[in-house]
Write a protein that binds this ligand. Sequence first.
Ligand code: NAD
Ligand code: FE2
Length: 391
Amino acid sequence: MTDTQDLVSWSFPTRIVFGEGAAEQCGVEAVRLGGQRALLVADKGVKAAGLLDPIRKALDVAGVAHESVLDVSSNPLESQVLGAAREYDTFKADIVIGVGGGSVLDVAKLVRLAVTHPEPLAQYDDAIGGGENIVGPLPPMIAIPTTAGTGSEVGRSGVVTIQATNRKTVIFSPLLIPDAAILDAAMTQTMPPAMTAATGMDALTHCVEAYCSVGDHPMADAIALGGVRLCHNSLRAAVEDGRDLRARGDMLKAAMMGAVAFQKGLGACHSLAHPLSVEFGMHHGLANAICLPAVLDFNRSAIPDRIAEIARQLGVRSDDPDTLSFECAGAVRALRGAIGLPSDLSSQGIEESDLPRLAALANADSCHKQNPRSCSQDDLLALYKACFDDS
Ligand SMILES: NC(=O)c1ccc[n+]([C@@H]2O[C@H](COP(=O)([O-])OP(=O)(O)OC[C@H]3O[C@@H](n4cnc5c(N)ncnc54)[C@H](O)[C@@H]3O)[C@@H](O)[C@H]2O)c1
Ligand SMILES: [Fe+2]
């Protein structure tokens, strides 16, 4: 992507345990990390799906005491992090285990920050370079994802709404990466089809945007393309038959690979998606699914070869690179339709008159700074308009 050899740094540090029965390893993994008293962070949906039971059992077998907190909402709040941190202290825990989707894993990651750093979480906001104020060591953590989308289990950030600003705030530091991730397809089997579809499109968008983003990161590029291929092969099957463990496992891999890859960067699609969640409560993956095709079309003139390569991984067949890059957005639209997701913002309670305000918020979001084609606020507005009535 670049002819220069700018100084860059590449790293892939997480220990990942994958496969059938992996969840049963969490006791062994906790002991390996020196844990004797675990704070389990989950939410009510995860508990209701019965997903805490095998984890508690595995901890009992390994002789690790445990206490659970379930107060985590889908867009987690600072108060929930602080509440879980109090529980960590009261229980005298020495390890955190997150069992859930991206929301739960983010809270679990940030509990370790809150119990070691007494200052308000706002001080660690990535927008003000707050990650520099985070000093290790943090307590050890195991992440057990029950959705296949965010890849937070291998990521360096935690996202939380800060009370003082009511803004979804990214806290970013390599120290936040969990010490181990346990990927067990059985833990995602209970996800309903619409959630499987939306979270899967988040994984796909991470892979696509990472591969397209500016910067030189050959490992992230290769992993991103592998993740796109897994989504092409298995997202539809995971939605159609939630019990298909092969497809579920592939989507867990794709989500994890997307988050590993997006340490390279993301792009305009995530900048468009973030305000849709904050202002309209849209699920993050659904917001990405609606916006991604328009962003691919927008980026085509800047990186036609990369977009052609993504099209190949999505199963488009042609010997002509122009045809491939042209067909890429269509392949994403086809996948989105096949998994039953809506295609336009107008169906999501958004009015055309909301779009200028949303474009200003998208412009303030930093993700589009890594987009391969620079985009102004007007470009972002045009992209929202293109997604408004996409068919
Ligand atoms: N840290 C990061 O790098 C990163 C990246 C992207 C998104 N995020 C954050 O992740 C969050 C979205 O995460 P998500 O998409 O995984 O959804 P989620 O964690 O918000 O969960 C959504 C719902 O699904 C339920 N659920 C989870 N797993 C289930 C299962 N196996 N069976 C039945 N129900 C289940 C939960 O109880 C919840 O009600 C957002 O808050 C977003 O900000 C973080
Ligand atoms: Fe995302």
